[in-house]
Design a protein around this ligand. Structure first.
Ligand code: GH3
Ligand code: MG
Ligand code: MG
Ligand code: MG
Length: 324
């Protein structure tokens, strides 16, 4: 707890300092002029420097710059404005006091300084300063907590759109994005395509290698499909179980078939052994494609139904292939 006395009179400085020290204020600093006080407060620094000063006792009548002008400048400084200032004045005429309060002084003490009055006013100013500091600390703490909460909410909302096993989008997120992309395509009359993917004979895979290996396989397949997608709007999601869905905005059926074929090949290239598969020695996938130009007469579920039907055909015509 440090108190700064600014007074041009050496006698006055010594007297007030002694009185304060007698009352237990051990850190009392003095300045002979307003400018010396500004130096101590680091007022000429471009950035705020931390000051230990909790209270300023400011003489009013001083050569060079009077205490009221000094008070006004300190209060105008964003780093120092919260330091309470008590002016010490030889005259308590209303006009002087009015000027002092307008300049931002919190209180005044008249000369000659009376020990009891000095003690009471200093304690009262420090109490207010302490309360302000406490409030500011609580506010800063609150801002920090709110920021953390916001981050946590953002993270929560991110996680709520991800599939826990594969880390790609989940079905909930797919439905949100699909709905949005559908409406955009219907509004602008642009093309939109969807792919439905289903692993071939995955039940046998689990039966052969176990559920844990099955989960690992799903992760690899999800990653491989994601790597094929290049455009920012493309999305691969886990639709459920061993089924995946891909949204390809602004993509024709022909373009979608190319992407589907690239995904199918990428999954083959993972070369995940599947000894029980009647199709190949490794894990394969069947893909159904639907898409085209969207009009307001279409329903979002139309493409889903068509992609599902195409997937069924891919399955029944031998699996490990793409069908429209
Ligand atoms: P098809 O070629 O006709 O698609 O044959 P399939 O065996 O893949 O088809 P089916 O739908 O009968 O079986 C899907 C299997 O996928 C059933 C289930 O054991 C497995 N499966 C679904 N979800 C998971 C999962 O989260 N982890 C694992 N390991 N297996 C899963
Ligand atoms: Mg003076
Ligand atoms: Mg299935
Ligand atoms: Mg399957």
């Amino acid at each position: 707890m440090a108190i700064l006395i600014v007074d041009d009179s050496a006698d006055s400085r010594v007297l007030v300092k002694r009185l304060l020290e007698k009352n237990g204020f051990s850190e009392v600093i003095t300045a002979e002029t307003a400018f010396a006080a500004f130096d101590l407060l680091g007022m000429d620094q471009p950035a705020c420097v931390s000051t230990r000063i909790d209270l300023i006792l400011m003489d009013v009548i001083m050569p060079d710059m009077d205490g009221i002008e000094a008070c006004r400048l300190i209060k105008a400084n964003r780093c120092l404005k919260d330091i309470p200032i008590i002016v010490i004045t030889a005259s308590d005429i209303t006009e002087t006091l009015e000027r002092a309060f307008t300049a931002g002084a919190m209180d005044f003490i008249t000369k000659p300084v009376k020990p009891l009055e000095l003690k009471a006013r200093v304690l009262s100013a420090l109490k207010i300063k302490y309360e302000i500091d406490q409030r500011k600390a609580r506010e800063a703490e609150l801002v920090k907590v709110l920021e953390e909460l916001e981050n946590a909410n953002r993270e929560l909302s991110r996680l709520s759109s991800l599939d826990g096993l594969t880390g790609i989008a989940n079905r909930r997120h797919f439905e949100q994005i699909y709905d949005m992309e559908w409406r955009r395509a219907a509004r602008t009359g642009s093309e939109l395509s969807v792919l439905f993917l289903d692993l071939d004979f995955f039940k046998y895979y689990n039966d052969t290698y176990g559920h844990q290996e099955g989960d690992d396989c799903l992760k690899q397949v999800a990653a491989a499909a994601g790597q094929v997608l290049k455009r920012p709007g493309d999305l691969v999601a886990r639709y459920g179980g061993e089924e995946f869905v891909v949204i390809l905005p602004e993509t024709s059926i022909a373009g979608a078939v190319e992407v589907a074929e690239a995904i199918r090949q990428a999954i083959e290239r993972c070369n995940i052994p599947h000894s029980a598969s009647p199709v190949a020695a490794h894990v394969t996938v069947s893909v159904g494609v639907a898409g085209g130009r969207v009009t307001l007469a279409d329903k979002p579920s139309d493409f889903i139904a068509r992609a599902d039907k195409a997937l069924y055909e891919a399955k029944h015509s031998g699996r490990n292939r793409v069908k429209v």
